[in-house]
Design a protein around this ligand. Structure first.
Ligand SMILES: NC(=O)c1ccc[n+]([C@@H]2O[C@H](COP(=O)([O-])OP(=O)(O)OC[C@H]3O[C@@H](n4cnc5c(N)ncnc54)[C@H](O)[C@@H]3O)[C@@H](O)[C@H]2O)c1
Length: 282
């Protein structure tokens, strides 16, 4: 196995930007690639702002901030993505992700590891269109990537187990808590947590509780965030889409039926914090 020294992060949106910050902070040479120069600039400014906050809090020195930034190269050229590990965090579309990996395989070393940050597409489904399906590992970070501890490392049925192990170790090096899982709809968190959202919405729909009561109760019971606050943070559109994907992938069981209450919010354009209103008003 080749040691991982250079990491390319494809996609400079919410997740890609956070992952690039994380890998650079952990000392890896990082290439941040996106087709959109505007996304790259937004990512760069976002990372600078996050690092400035760390300097203000005395978590890093101003000199360390400059060193971290100097380890990240921002590029809109795919050809710059030559690395030991390539983590993709681009648009959630199977064909586009598969094509990206096949294009990258043409000019990368045969030992390259490909990781996908998909939150809902099957790892096997992406791998099946790839020229080297054994090289693909799921590496599912949570938002915000520099902060959230969990990384689900997904070993698909084509994945070389040695590469999954290497990605697991790398996640530890990044200061994360990796958990290996099989390629199943929703992986672990997005599957297990479905009921946290769906049951809460069902109870509100039936008039049994209010959103405020649900959140207050769950938070006092030890959950960091109540289900409605959490959905507003994630974005109701994203949460609804994951519900649909998991529900359909499991053969549409009644217990996981996506919520009509959430659907109604979407129709009204109330997507949560990002639109100023969801279950709460911001
Ligand atoms: N947002 C979350 O909370 C979250 C959490 C875990 C995983 N994910 C997954 O991470 C991935 C990215 O999500 P996001 O929220 O960061 O999306 P985003 O829309 O914020 O960013 C996606 C970026 O990818 C770029 N892009 C699109 N096609 C590209 C291509 N072919 N080559 C290079 N760049 C391309 C876009 O310009 C954009 O900047 C998705 O697969 C998503 O399912 C998201």
């Amino acid at each position: 196995m080749k040691a991982i020294q250079t990491i390319a992060v494809c996609g400079a949106g919410t997740m890609g930007s956070g992952i690039a910050q994380l890998t650079a902070q952990a000392g890896f040479n990082t290439i941040q690639f996106d087709l959109s120069p505007a996304a790259l600039e937004k990512s760069r400014l976002g990372i600078v702002a996050q690092l400035n906050k760390l300097v203000e809090k005395a978590k890093i020195t101003a000199e360390e901030k400059e060193q971290i930034l100097s380890r990240i190269r921002f590029s809109k050229e795919l050809a710059d993505c030559k690395a030991d590990l390539i983590i993709e965090a681009i648009i959630e579309n199977k064909e586009i992700k598969t094509k990206l990996f096949n294009d990258l395989a043409v000019f990368n070393d045969p030992a390259v590891i490909f990781a996908t940050n998909t939150s809902s597409i099957s790892i096997d489904a992406i791998a099946e269109g790839m020229d080297h399906p054994d090289k693909l590992v799921g590496m599912h970070f949570f938002n915000p990537a520099p902060v959230m501890k969990l990384v689900e490392v997904i070993q698909g049925s084509h994945t070389n187990p040695l590469l999954a192990e290497q990605v697991y170790q790398l996640a530890q090096q990044l200061g994360k808590v990796p958990v290996i899982c099989r390629d199943a709809p929703g992986f672990i968190v997005n599957r297990v947590a479905r009921h946290y959202y769906l049951e809460a919405m069902l109870m509100v729909e039936k008039g049994l509780i209010t959103t405020g009561q649900a959140d207050a109760a769950m938070e006092a019971a030890g959950f960091k965030m109540g289900p409605f606050k959490l959905m507003d943070l994630i974005g109701l559109d994203i949460n609804y889409s994951v519900s649909n994907i998991v529900w359909e992938a499991l053969g549409c069981p009644e217990r996981l039926t996506p919520s009509p209450l959430q659907q109604a919010k979407l129709r009204e354009g109330k997507l949560g914090k990002k639109t100023g209103e969801g279950f709460y008003t911001y």
